[in-house]
Design a protein around this ligand. Sequence first.
Ligand SMILES: [Zn+2]
Length: 718
Amino acid sequence: MVSPILRDFGMNSQGHFQRVALSAMMDLDLKERVRAAVDLVDVIGASLTLVPKGRMLAAQCPWHDDRSPSLTVNRERQTWKCWVCDIGGDVFSYVMRRDGVDFVTALRSLAEQAGIEYQTGPKVDAGSKDDKSTLLAAVKLICDAYFDQLDAPATDDAKIARDYLASRGIDDEHRHLFRIGFAPDSWDFATGLLKRNKFRAEIPVAAGVALNRRGGNGSYDLFRGRLMFPIHDMQNRPISMGGRVIPEIAARHGENAGGKYINGPETKLFRKSEQLYGLQLARESIRKGGQALVMEGYTDVIAARQSGIEPVVAVLGTALGEAHVRTLKRLADRVVLVLDGDAAGQRRADEVLELFIKADADLRVLTLPDAMDPADYLHQHGRDALEQMVAEAPDALEHKLRSLTAGIDVTHDTHAVMQAIDTMTGILAKAPMLDPLKQDQMILRLSRTFEISQSRLEDRLEKKRAEEKERKRKAAKFRAAAGTDSRSGDASASPAARNTSPAARNTGPTTRNTPPAPVGSATGPIDPNLLLAEAAEMDLDDPWSMEHAGPAATPAPTTNAATVKPNQDREVPLSSFDRELFEVMIESPELAGRAVEAIDPEWLDTLSAKMILAAYQELDLQGRELTVETLLALIENEFLKNEVVTMQFRLAQREGKITQSPEQRFQSLLEQFHRRENIAEKHRQIAKLESLALDENEELDLLKQLFDREKDRQQIDH
Ligand SMILES: [Zn+2]
């Protein structure tokens, strides 16, 4: 499937995988479709302000302390470059860097954004419960039907539902905006509708609108006699829904009426830990204002929106989690969790503190007074009052400190203070990758609050850390004994945890080429899964590679580790000689085709160059155009992409200043290559002669070859 050349260069001289591109899963068509469907300018513009700069656009680079906008974006070529950081690439490498994710994740998220079906693994049976588009169609059908039901003038129940909605203060405009509906008080409204529309029997349950009957004989509607709130994805497609009880209808069923809220179950479309209610509507205002408000219920979001507060979302029957924060952090720096002022709200505040420490986010907590929820509060005090409280909301640590010290005298109540410190250091000790700066800040704040020296607090934290480590060690031992050790328990070994933050990765102008530690380097633990995946992708099947790619224990075997050089040595920038070649190839796809035939990868100076040439060869084998666009779509490695885009930007800068045509430059390069090759061959033959291992005839033969070669060389020079 993959060209032997690309595969051969999948391993470097130290015998390590260096991925050029996904091979087994390589789907250039998918990559190209995604690239064509998204505009790099929109993607960058979603988080950075772009201003015109000559024929291009520019933004302040988020990866260095940038005063003049130095991140350049070429809309026409769909490439970007920061010369100060020496980073750049296409839309995929931008998303990789922005979100700190690998290529596949970036591809998936862009594909999703563009509404392009992304599937790995075996093809799913269309129409089956595994087919996302079937599930999407089913959920949409039901949501639309519920929406229409709320409008139906004929039924008495619909009127009850409308009156109830009005009594909750939700107006018609917002009923439409949020597509609020009504599930009739029936066991088979949704299931029957799906059946009449030829959906398979398994679909109602798989789509999350029905439950299986006991005994496995068919299914019945999950939502009955409820106000319905569809949950949309970022493309504004309904993927699930939640239902709120309507008291007058519920009263008919007595104890069997069910809870106040029923949330749709997790399905192939819907994951609570990732989804935020209302994000598709709030996204723009979150981005513009740099702040997101997270509430706990659909009606809070709608009430806030109705009062004119737009950057509001809600979690869906779950606590705010890391995935939620990650999503919001892409849009805004500041996340304010608005909690009901009750005991549950207080518990949430504690969970958020752990998140605050782990997630490196500006997480603020606002607890509403008098056990009110946001809708009540807005109703009584209005928008300005809530916005004022949001603006003054303390960060999660301060919030916790305030609640711990509320009512205690920190200078006298020693016992309470010790307990509070114990709680706080315990929470800090659980953070696996706590940034030292952040730790110092927190210790300083604790020190001020409790009037205890920083060094005492640090000692206390270290002790807590040791305890935590011991606890983890025991837990791991226990898991191993139980045969359930999956290595997934330790977050610090996962690829995600090893991703450094953009700030930490900023290499500045003087130290180029210091990308994050490579997989399997001597400096970091090997992730066997990643190695296995890469081996599979590289189509490697020889025993050597499997031995290394197999479930080897961490860290790397010593023989291996000793010979491995850091990544800086592997990701070597192109030599000027290599660069000249590729600049010609970039300028002229026709010459690129000839270069692929004529150039021996061995002639190139660096491994990076060999890999770029291998990528060109792969495109050629696949019968693709040898343009920079397709080249960038094929290459997934960020470092190589930057090399390619850098050459492209340099070429643009030198436009009109290069006197020789690409053809002339290509010819002179070929001559230089041949000359170098001759010299190399001569050295090899001289070495052979010097080894004295030849008989007389062989010796003469070699001398003759050397002589002929020299003659050729002079002709070329001439
Ligand atoms: Zn920069």
